[in-house]
Design a protein around this ligand. Structure first.
Ligand SMILES: C[S@@+](CC[C@H](N)C(=O)[O-])C[C@H]1O[C@@H](n2cnc3c(N)ncnc32)[C@H](O)[C@@H]1O
Ligand code: SF4
Ligand code: SF4
Ligand code: SF4
Length: 317
């Protein structure tokens, strides 16, 4: 439909040739905005809906060579630090982004840009040859892609019109009617369940998990033929006890016929927290491989009659 193609949204990244985010080789469209604030989130630049400034001071050329940002900032939000590099005073910043436009070394950048469905799918279609051979397609991620519901739904509808295989990575924290509409245009769903205990979930992500679990159960009930993979990122000190994983695996088992995967913890997002002037919420440096292996074995045990797959286990139907 013409209106879907013209629908506009805010992306912060497009990643091509991904093999980890749904079947086959895929292009991932990362939509800005999220309904949760997970303390370990690898994409902090996704969380706010609006485009936002980031400052990588390692790239700043310093006042002896360049003061362009300083002279264009209307709000005294950029000062000079003792070492001669710029200092971003986030509290004064009004997000006008004039500084990012003049910075010659990309020390100041903006996360987030507008795109129409037509534009976004043009990027996706550049890789069409890879999808047809591998069974891949487009994956919507973020952030929580369904927060920009009009844009996400238009992307999914238009993708199906173009016969592109569709997948989504979701935390499930959106109204049911949005998930129901999305399900009608999806070929695969990657659905995070981060914690079974609602209070622990609230402490770690900013919200309880009732809506998330209700939506998951309803999705399975009303769309029994839609393949769902439930995933849990295993975060040290947050959800890495046997009890945490056993409880989530039990939820997956009760759904029936649903794949379950445990994702290893990584800290690849930490530099972006610094650029955004925020702090990372997990102190532990890593999750030992051995521990992850033990938790995967435990999940497999819970999913009785489990059928092992390359990366996860699948509860019997
Ligand atoms: C960035 S999220 C975007 C999709 C959606 N917001 C969600 O949480 O499912 C994509 C995937 O990355 C995982 N993830 C985020 N931060 C992570 C981290 N530090 N280590 C491992 N996985 C992480 C999430 O659990 C999710 O499965
Ligand atoms: S975004 Fe605007 S207000 Fe903020 S630092 Fe840059 S120029 Fe100043
Ligand atoms: S414009 Fe960029 S490189 Fe120049 S002083 Fe500002 S931050 Fe540094
Ligand atoms: S739900 Fe996903 S994108 Fe949102 S904060 Fe959590 S991990 Fe990050």
């Amino acid at each position: 439909m013409q209106t879907d193609r013209k629908t506009q949204g805010i992306l912060f990244n497009v990643q091509k040739y991904s093999v980890h985010d749904g079947p086959g080789i895929r292009t991932i469209l990362f939509l800005k905005g999220c309904s949760l604030r997970c303390r370990w989130c690898s994409n902090p630049e996704s969380q706010r809906l609006e485009p936002e400034l980031a400052f990588n001071r390692d790239k700043c050329l310093g006042e002896d060579h360049c003061q362009r940002c300083h002279s264009v900032c209307p709000n005294q939000a950029l000062g000079v630090a003792q070492d001669g590099k710029m200092h971003w005073i986030a509290d004064n910043c009004r997000q006008c982004h004039a500084c990012a436009q003049v910075c010659p070394n990309k020390a100041l950048i903006v996360y987030g840009y507008k795109a129409t469905v037509e534009q976004a799918l043009r990027w996706v279609e550049e890789d069409e040859a890879f999808y047809s051979r591998s069974g891949g397609g487009v994956t919507l991620s973020g952030g929580e892609p369904l927060v920009q519901s009009d844009f996400a739904l238009a992307l999914l509808r238009e993708s199906k019109r173009r016969r592109i295989h569709t997948c989504i990575e979701t935390c499930g924290m959106v109204p049911w009617h949005v998930i129901r509409e999305a399900a009608q245009h999806l070929d695969h769903v990657l659905y995070d369940v981060k914690l079974a205990d609602s209070e622990k979930h609230r402490a770690a992500t900013g919200a309880g998990n009732e809506v998330i679990l209700d939506n998951l159960r309803r999705l399975k009930r009303e769309y029994p033929n839609l393949p769902i993979t439930v995933r849990t990122p295993v975060i040290p000190g947050i959800n890495d006890t046997p009890e945490d994983i056993r409880s989530i695996a039990q939820i997956v088992k009760d759904l029936g016929g649903t794949r379950y995967e445990l994702l290893g913890y990584h800290r690849m997002g930490t530099p972006k927290y610094v650029y955004l002037g925020r702090s990372y919420g997990v102190t532990e440096q890593n999750l030992p491989e051995e521990r992850l292996g033990q938790l995967r074995a435990l999940a497999r045990q819970v999913l009785t009659g489990a059928e092992e797959t390359a990366q996860g286990v699948c509860a019997g139907a």
